[in-house]
Design a binder for this molecule. Structure first.
Ligand code: ATR
Length: 270
């Protein structure tokens, strides 16, 4: 039986084992997918050990996505660009690192939420690792303008420079957003994990605008509640992204992309 695992810290509440068990059931695959708690200091040794033990694939979640990229034998172009990996595929030479988060986001926004991304004025809040992973796929969809905003200008400026060749991207600070409005606002900050919302000016949401949080559950609530009371017409958390990035990982491992709608519905039902 092929073995897979997700590595993270903390990992106890990861939904990935449940998602991949449902994918396996739906596609008739026989596989074992477990969650393994790994401290940052043990990541290199664990990746080596699981490769030697014959694991077919791995997922990485917080806090390992960036460190694991440096431990791969090879990286896909998009993983290289994102500077982070969430999916490892076994090769004889070691782990091949890929990143399916951006594709998962685009699938969720366009497939599950029915958004036509081309032409949307888009704002990304936060300029850390999570933001970095979604810039290229959003620009590839032809969003009208991608504004990248942080508490200070430095990180947004650095990221905007690194991705400038891929499309119209503009760095900004949260406070300097005053007067701008957007069709899609994506929260890529980690503020929600501390129950917080970045300090933002009012008027960010254009008519019919969508607010999206890359997180799900409790972490997504502060921003989405703020968005509802500040004019967002629709809100969505990142549970769909989680399921879609998992389907893309499953495709890379097993050559078949599982249907996601029933899995997402099952997770939403609790
Ligand atoms: P990740 O690597 O997952 O993106 P991170 O780098 O720890 O996580 O955090 C992402 C961003 O969240 C940070 O870049 C930070 O953005 P800025 O410093 O550019 O504003 C933002 N962030 C973290 N905590 C925050 C808070 N309490 N309020 C607002 N922004 C916050």
């Amino acid at each position: 039986m092929d073995r897979y695992a997700v590595l993270g810290q903390p990992i106890a509440h990861s939904l990935s084992p449940r998602i991949h068990a449902l994918f396996a059931q739906a596609t008739g695959a026989r596989l074992d997918y477990t969650a393994i708690e790994v401290a940052p200091a043990a990541l290199a040794e664990t990746l080596h050990r699981l490769h030697a033990a014959g694991y077919a694939g791995l997922n990485l979640t917080l806090p390992h996505k960036i460190d694991a990229a440096a431990l791969c034998a090879a990286l896909s172009q998009r993983a290289h660009r994102a500077g982070a990996v969430n999916t490892l595929i076994r090769t004889d030479a070691g782990w091949h690192g890929d990143n399916t988060d951006g594709l998962g986001l685009v699938c969720d926004l366009s497939g599950n939420l029915g958004l036509k991304l081309a032409g949307l004025r888009t704002l990304i809040l936060g300029a850390g690792g999570a933001a970095r992973g979604i810039l290229a796929p959003l620009l590839a969809q032809g969003v009208a303008e991608l504004v990248l905003s942080g508490r200070t200008p430095w990180q947004p400026e650095e990221l905007a420079k690194a991705f400038a060749a891929l499309g119209p991207i503009r760095p900004c600070t949260h406070l300097a957003l005053k007067g701008d409005s957007f069709d899609l606002v994506i929260n890529a900050t980690s503020a929600g994990h501390a129950g917080q919302v970045p300090q933002l000016p009012p008027g960010l949401f254009a008519a019919g605008a969508v607010a999206y949080d890359l997180g799900y559950g409790k972490a997504a609530r502060p921003f989405l509640e703020w968005a509802r009371t500040h004019g967002a017409a629709r809100t969505a958390d990142g549970l769909g992204l989680l399921v879609e990035q998992a389907a893309e990982a499953f495709l890379r491992w097993r050559g078949v992309r599982p249907q996601t709608a029933a899995v997402l519905a099952s997770l939403r039902a609790g």
